[in-house]
Design a protein around this ligand. Structure first.
Ligand code: UD1
Length: 340
């Protein structure tokens, strides 16, 4: 059985945690990253946690000839593709940057996989494909909504590109994992999220506010039709999410897939409001956060959370970490980054 995996974007937030869990599960990992939105320190964190130095090649996945060298050098059978940009607002301002990076890199990898006879592809998708869903929780059969940003569009297009590619190539298998809201950090506080500039996402904004880097958290809207009037999301611990990649890779490596292309929701199945998350962070870490209510953020959906039955039953995976522990880990990581 080939236990080598290429992790494209393995120095990033989800990529680094997944690399740790793959190594812990006995996989031999090759990381490719160009550090466009990550830092080499995460590779050092991976080494400290696992005691293993992952193989590493600095390359841009949109550079096909650079990627060809990776395929020539290593005989991995499986690839996880994390190497994509993810800022919604930036994607609206710079659509071609997103279409180029997110799609060209993925097409390159798929072409090289077909050419070199590599079979298993795991794609990082997002709950963003469900948009403002009419029925909650969303299942994998819930219809996707037209994307409202170029970023979201690249997720939908990449899912379709993967589906069509593996259906046309009987030697290939593809799984798309639709992540809900990944948060937290490794409990060792050696790896975590490293947003550049002002964070877009809620938890990094919270931890930076607690650290005094940001003055005040804005809660985007308290007039939503939800129990406490703030938005509902499904916050999934980053280590639980990383473990989902290991079981999905196992499924393909062990030949247990039921169809050539499969999709799984990866969340907790539990909706949590913005106010609940803020209070949860304060209680878990015994501190008070400076926050105020602000206008709604354009493009936010009221609520989205996962039906995780398929992942539970088919992958044998479920979220295990308690939100309190996740929020403790998020704060421990921020403190480690800031030297607090
Ligand atoms: C966002 C993206 C989503 C993407 C995901 C990737 C938007 C509209 N959606 O998801 O497409 O897949 O990130 O990480 O950008 N909030 C505040 N104050 C803040 C930040 C956030 O109140 O400073 C609220 C938001 O209104 C939302 C919740 O916190 O209700 C979560 O926000 P965020 O972490 O940005 O995730 P999503 O918007 O769900």
């Amino acid at each position: 059985m080939n236990k080598m995996v290429l992790v494209a974007g393995g120095a990033g937030y989800i990529g680094s945690h997944t690399t740790v869990e793959l190594i812990n599960a006995g996989y031999d990992v090759v990381v490719v990253d160009n550090f466009s939105n990550s830092d080499a320190s995460s590779l050092e964190g991976i080494r400290k946690i696992t005691g293993v130095e992952p193989k590493f090649i600095e390359a841009d996945c949109a550079d096909k000839e650079a990627m060809r060298k990776v395929f020539e050098a290593y005989d991995f059978q499986s690839v996880i593709h994390f190497a994509a940009y993810k800022a919604v607002g930036e994607s609206v301002a710079e659509p071609l940057k997103y279409y180029h990076n997110n799609l060209v890199s993925f097409v390159n990898i798929l072409e090289l996989m077909a050419e070199y006879g590599r079979s298993n592809v795991l794609f990082s998708s997002s709950a963003t494909v469900y948009g403002d869903a009419e029925e909650l929780p969303v299942t994998e059969r819930t219809e996707r909504k037209p994307a409202t940003s170029p970023y979201g569009n690249t997720k939908q297009m990449s899912e379709d590109i993967l589906r069509d590619t593996v259906r046309a190539n009987s030697a290939m298998h593809g799984i798309a994992l639709r992540y809900f809201n990944p948060i937290g950090a490794h409990p060792s506080a050696l790896i975590g999220e490293l947003p550049r500039g002002v964070p877009n996402n809620l938890v990094p904004y919270i931890t930076q506010t607690a650290a005094g880097v940001r003055e005040c958290l804005s809660i985007f809207g308290d007039d939503y039709p939800t129990p406490d009037d703030s938005c509902l999301r499904d916050y999934i611990d980053i280590v639980d999410l990383a473990r989902a990649h290991v079981v999905a890779i196992n499924r393909m490596v062990e030949g247990r897939t039921k169809e050539s292309y499969e999709v799984f929701n990866i969340g907790t199945g539990r909706p949590v409001s913005v106010f609940e998350l803020v209070r949860g962070f304060e209680n878990a870490n015994n501190l008070k956060l400076n926050y105020r209510v602000a206008e709604r953020r354009a493009g936010d959906v009221t609520a989205v959370w996962a039906d995780t039955t398929l992942a539970n039953e088919e992958l044998g995976w479920c979220a295990e970490r308690r939100l309190e522990d996740t929020l403790k880990a998020a704060w421990a990581w921020e403190k480690a980054v800031r030297g607090l």
